[in-house]
Design a protein around this ligand. Structure first.
Ligand code: NAP
Length: 249
């Protein structure tokens, strides 16, 4: 995949991994659009990276996903890369019943439904581009779940499965399907809960994820396992029970 001259939409691109990807893509000479719910975060991102285009959008809402698609389609006709990066992570205790699940944001809508819908919206347009890609950000936890975050891990396992399927469906087209599989990364994601759990490992910087991603894109390596995520996935195959117990101690 060529690394420059692309027009790229990164969901959740104002912070963390999404912003690191935006920085790396801009540096390579790409036209980058980011979206997210918080206008202030988008403004901060734009002040650091004036070349980017921003759009406020809550991807958990069907109407806003459709509006984002229509806006991108009319303003960026040459869009050829969709990065499904936006996500949230929650601790959910099922012993507390439906109230604990229903209070707060819906991980299934944001982490799974939105990328599936955006893919369905954009694929017919991406098919018309000479070279195009969908880049899905899953997680090492797709392969070994942390039981305290059951829905998050389920959405990431589903994103892995979805990536495998659409890669196969699109194998004879111009669209390449990549999956970025990060380890723990030092971002805002679930920061409060991480502190609550007393998790000392803050993870790798988001810039490392961006660097590994661009390197893999250039070589057409479709499953981009980064750092400890590679180990987790290998152990999930070789010693599933042991690795599950270890990360759930
Ligand atoms: N950090 C890690 O350890 C880690 C590890 C593996 C995988 N990942 C994955 O990496 C991706 C990026 O996360 P991150 O770590 O970079 O955390 P982050 O800094 O919190 O980024 C998540 C981004 O998603 C956006 N977002 C959340 N809900 C949204 C919604 N409903 N509509 C639109 N945008 C929304 C957020 O912006 P707004 O809040 O302004 O909307 C934010 O910019 C996620 O898919 C995450 O699961 C992270």
């Amino acid at each position: 995949m060529k690394l420059n001259g692309n027009t790229i939409l990164i969901t959740g691109g104002a912070t963390g991994i999404g912003f690191a990807l935006a920085q790396a893509f801009v540096k390579e000479g790409n036209n980058v659009i980011i979206c997210g719910r918080r206008e202030q975060k988008l403004k901060e991102a734009k002040s650091k990276l004036p070349e980017i285009h921003t759009r406020v959008c809550d991807l958990s809402k069907e109407k806003e996903r459709e509006a984002l698609y229509n806006w991108v389609k009319s303003n960026f006709k040459d869009l050829n890369i969709l990065v499904n990066n936006a996500g949230i992570q929650r601790m959910i205790d099922f012993k507390k019943g439906i109230s604990n699940l229903s209070v707060g944001e819906n991980e299934i809508d944001i982490n799974l439904k939105a990328p599936i819908h955006l893919s369905a919206y954009f694929i017919p347009d991406l098919l018309k581009q000479k070279e195009s890609a969908i880049i899905n950000v899953s997680s090492g936890l797709a392969f070994v779940p942390i039981a305290a975050m059951p829905v998050y891990c389920a959405t990431k396992a589903a994103m892995h499965s979805f990536s495998v399927s659409i890669r196969h469906q699109l194998r004879d087209t111009s669209i390449k399907v990549f999956e970025v599989i990060p380890p723990t990364v030092d971002t805002e994601l679930d920061k409060g809960a991480r502190d609550e759990r007393g998790q000392e490992d803050k993870g790798i910087p988001p810039s490392e994820v961006a660097k590994a991603t661009l390197k893999a894109l250039e070589k057409n390596e479709y499953e981009i396992e980064i750092g400890m995520a590679q180990y987790l996935r290998m152990e999930a195959r070789n010693n599933p029970e042991q690795i599950f117990q270890r990360i759930n101690q």
